[in-house]
Design a protein around this ligand. Sequence first.
Ligand SMILES: [Fe+2]
Length: 674
Amino acid sequence: MPSYTVTVATGSQWFAGTDDYVYLSLEGAAGCSERHLLDKPFYNDFERGAVDSYDVTVEEDLGEIQLIKIEKRKYWYQDDWYLKYITVKTPLGDYLEFPCYRWITDEKEIVLRDGRAKLPRDDKTQILKQHRRKELEDRQKMYRWKEWHPGFPLSIDAHSHSELPRDIQFDNEKGIDFILNYSKAMENLYINRFMHMFQSSWNDFADFEKIFVRISNTISEYVMQHWKEDFMFGYQFLNGCNPVLIRRCTEIPKKFPVTTAMVECSLERNLTLEEEVKQGNVFIVDYELLDGVDANKTDPCTIQYLAAPICLLYKNLENKILPIAIQLGQKPGPENPIFLPSDAMYDWLLAKIWVRSSDFHIHQTVTHLLRTHLVSEVFSIAMFRQLPAVHPLFKLLVPHMRFTIAINTKAREQLICECGLFDKANATGGGGHVQMVQKAMKDLTYSSLCFPEEIKAKGMDSQEDIPYYYYRDDGIKVWEAVKSFAEDVIRIYYENDEVVCEDVELQAFVKDIYVYGMRGVKASGFPKMIKTREKLAEYLTVVMFTTSAQHAAVNFGQYDWCSWIPNAPPTMRCPPPTEKGTVTIEQIVESLPDRGRSCWHLGAVWALSQFQDNELFLGMYPDEHFVEKPVKEAMAKFRKNLDEIVSTITERNKNKKLPYYYLSPDRIPNSVAV
Ligand SMILES: [Fe+2]
């Protein structure tokens, strides 16, 4: 009688093993096997990290094995099991792999297909077509869209992390408890003695050092030492943790009436301001989005303030980008003076602090939350709803969706919800952050997520003209590597553009993102369908780049750039100055966050900048969803390209006081998970 050898691999995460009854049956083209009991309770099979083998003897040859059915039945209590994969050795000696990489949580049976990726058109038999349809029906019941706030991209329909499907939960819920993590961070930083000291101001800038953790030769220490310098202020627009706002100024806006006379002493080329603008030496950052946003009113004892500044920057003869004029509100007028480097020292310093604080708000809520976290969640939900596990694009994308829905759900549960942790120290807490996301949706266009296009649209693409924009240089390299990988995978499964057009599952995925993520807004430029292989490669690059590189660029520098509080104040406790010549150091310190808020802010930026244990960095795909050799070769090529980028960046950073490493692929996690 023919005999099959079945090998079963259990996951190695905590509680992955099971003591329940496990049954298996094989379904072949020529017939089905009986239901075999693989493991009885206390046989010590299916332990965490184990690989167990069994012989399954059948009456007659089953033909080509198409499906494996696995059933888990409760022994004593429901014992969840993480099944990595099953391999089958056929009587002819062939090996078949059946990837699973899922939790089996209840008494349902799960049905696995072999690991070769298939488009919908490849499945000819009813049994395979049905399996595909059933999987999507089940997933669509589990992964439902929900509007968290009007105008937001839709998110997952779940109130808490524990309500999520087991497959997308964190392995260890404690690890991502924000309240616990922030408190732990404050304890580790030895600053918890300050955490309840709200309304208590620091004495002077040096006083902030009491909570600052000085780590020698790090960026944060460098920031503390140089934060007052105009160079440091300008540098952050290019290579800080929010390097996305600066654009070339093509015309001085009417609402910001800077004249040549005002900035003459900053200009170095004997040209008028207009001529400098024409030559491309002037840059602008406009925080218009903050205009009209309500400041945090959740603490009646502390009035908090927001501004909506505009900042003009100039590229000097040494190619340094320096601030030359700052207006703190959007409407020009006598009560809204234009601050200049030639003003009294504290006037200029406070104006810059207001810009830094505004930058912090836009960074957290727009650059980070909306444009990486919420967008990645949209990609993730659409993937689970529309792409079955056998689809090549599911296999390609699933590593880039790891823990994203989970971290966002947890954030909605504890951080950015009403009365959440975010309200504690941020001037945009208490609802301001919600207004900001709603306003920022109009700029969330498809082309703005295409990295090279976005850089070009801002007039920031010339390396010759703007030589020290490492975010751009490294970002382009990583974008190209990701795109080339996407192209390689696409070539394997899509012979031509027609195959792309015919892939109904791909088209449903793209449509879901447009309809539920972008709310069907035509002006978003998000495609409703994809017609060519080239467009598909670009689309997949947007997805993989946003979930990995873009998030890393704006997430992991938070401690570096925001831990020195005067460089990134999360709130301001006095209104912006309305006249020149009155600012004192006392007024600046009174404006900056109090001891309690400083402490919470520091705990937050510390916790948010940490990699996870066993982090999976870009291109690391330990779960073998793909079994085909050409894809494995494409992955190897991708990793080789990424390694070369790592070497180039390491070489470039050598001996630099301010190295830029956020887009070095060995520091880019595959997915948004923190
Ligand atoms: Fe993040």
